[in-house]
Design a protein around this ligand. Structure first.
Ligand SMILES: Cc1ncc(COP(=O)(O)O)c(C=O)c1O
Length: 469
């Protein structure tokens, strides 16, 4: 059975045509107008019927596929999935967690969980001291509204940190305290009016960023990543911004090469576009000296730099910072005052105390050494245990990547690993393109000497059963 459905398009709307097709077909599928298991028009046919380019339809189909609403069977055509995700409450892309991004909010972290700091090496004494002083300061102060941009003393510390550790000089007035990277991204989308526009995202790239943009009605254009980092397909027109991880490409780990850094900044300037720099792992680059922030090369005031304390201190703090070009400070100040003021002053004060006491820098230095050691340990064990057909890539980043040959089901393997509390992520959901790489991402921060061998053996058995068994 072929489902005939032509989404209504309004070319006057600010929402892109891709997004309109995506939203139209999505509600048709969820309402049952396009039945489960029915065949949908090929993107070539739909492009002819609607009079829009094939690329536009193809991208809308990719978004539907990302959300598990359709399946493509190569020459066998495109079909509505037979099992659909839960119906969401509003006419926006689903708020489901992306497939294959596991978060355990209660227990954990699991052994190879990515994106969390080492649990056993935190400088608790200095941290408690910083909080005790912060609480005393809060009690001694008048109870008035705090600066919505964030505590000036913390913004000064962050500006100092960026200058020394990330080679980026900025004024504290350019710094905004946010609820991590996620909060900062929301602020940028709102303040800059970027909802419903078009953006480059890295492919592969952080699935949560892609989902966040899709929820804001942004059409995401995949920018491929090679050994030098991301390469923007600059012939694509009307792209308003790019979200990039130049310091440590997520998930592949390399730093953006000098030539590519120049390319992306030049593109932003020529295209009158913006770069959102996701510096999620900041200075935590394990081999050699950390490359400086891309914002440090920003001759044209086009880069909005975002840092987070999630990897360096604790994701539970929900603290990060956004640094905007000086000409945008008033715009952002007005926005955050009304819609996204910085959070608890006690938490901000505690981090400021911790930084001012020199503990943050010391902690980062220690973690770099520790993580490098843990990564080496893990790689040695994986090399011994894992089937030689699985490629192990460990250069750069806070992860080790395992790549499978052929068509192994990395999501199924990661699901099994999840049940065994290994906390491994599948690689394929990090891709937007039609042919994702298949593999696994292993976090290294909580690898321990006494258990790494047994965990590697356990993982090896799992992979062998699924891939070679
Ligand atoms: C690529 C990337 N960006 C940002 C973040 C951090 O986000 P947040 O600061 O909201 O915790 C993560 C954490 O997993 C990440 O992997």
């Amino acid at each position: 059975m072929t489902g005939v459905f032509l989404p209504l398009l309004d070319r006057e709307r600010r929402v892109s045509i891709t997004q309109q097709i995506f939203i139209g077909m999505r509600s048709a599928i969820l309402s049952g107008a396009l039945e489960k298991g029915s065949r949908v028009s090929s993107w070539q046919d739909l492009s002819a019927q609607l009079g829009v380019s094939r690329g536009t339809i193809k991208r809308a189909y990719e978004l539907l596929k990302d959300q598990g609403l359709i399946v493509t069977k190569g020459r066998g055509g495109t079909w509505v999935s037979t099992t659909l995700p839960d119906e969401p409450s509003e006419n926006l892309p689903s708020a489901r967690a992306p497939r294959g991004l596991f978060y355990d909010f209660e227990g954990g972290p699991q052994y190879f969980q990515l994106g969390v700091p080492a649990q056993d090496q935190f400088p608790s004494k200095a941290w408690h001291g910083a909080w005790r002083r912060a609480i005393a300061m809060e009690s001694a102060q008048t109870r008035i509204y705090p600066d919505p941009q964030g505590l000036l003393s913390l913004r000064r510390e962050i500006a100092g940190y960026l200058a020394t550790a990330r080679g980026y000089s900025c004024h504290p007035n350019q710094v905004f305290i946010t609820s991590g990277f996620a909060g900062a991204l929301g602020v940028v989308l709102g303040a800059m009016g970027l909802r419903g526009t078009k953006a480059f995202v890295e492919d592969p790239g952080f699935p949560r960023t892609r989902l966040a943009l899709q929820q804001a009605g942004v059409e995401t254009i995949a920018a491929p990543v090679d050994h030098e980092g991301v390469k923007l397909p600059i012939s694509e027109r009307d792209v308003r911004f790019a979200v990039l991880t130049p310091g440590q490409q997520a998930p592949l780990g390399m730093s953006l090469s000098a030539a590519r850094r120049a390319d992306v900044v030049d593109w932003a300037n020529a295209a009158d576009a913006w770069i959102i720099e996701d510096d999620y792992a900041g200075e935590l680059q394990l081999s050699g000296r950390a490359t400086s922030a891309l914002a440090a090369d920003d001759r044209f005031e086009r880069v909005l730099h975002i840092g987070s304390f999630s990897k360096t201190l604790n994701p539970g703090l929900r603290l990060g910072y956004l640094v905007v070009p000086s000409m945008l400070t008033t715009l952002f100040r007005t926005f955050v005052e009304c819609l996204a003021p910085a959070g608890s002053v006690v938490a901000q004060q505690a981090v400021q105390n911790f930084m001012a006491g020199g503990h943050f820098y010391r902690h980062l230095r220690r973690m770099k050494t520790l993580y490098a050691r843990r990564k080496t340990l893990l790689v040695e064990n994986l090399r011994r245990e894992i089937h030689p057909g699985v490629r192990c890539d460990y250069e750069g980043g806070l992860s080790v990547r395992l790549f499978f040959p052929g068509t192994a089901d990395d999501v199924a393997i990661a699901n099994e690993a999840q049940k065994a509390a290994l906390g491994i992520l599948p690689l394929s959901p990090w891709y937007q393109s039609q042919e994702p790489g298949k593999g696994l991402l292993l976090g290294i921060s909580n690898v321990r000497e006494r258990s790494v061998r047994a965990k590697s053996e356990q993982l090896s058995r799992l992979i062998s059963t699924h891939t070679y068994g």
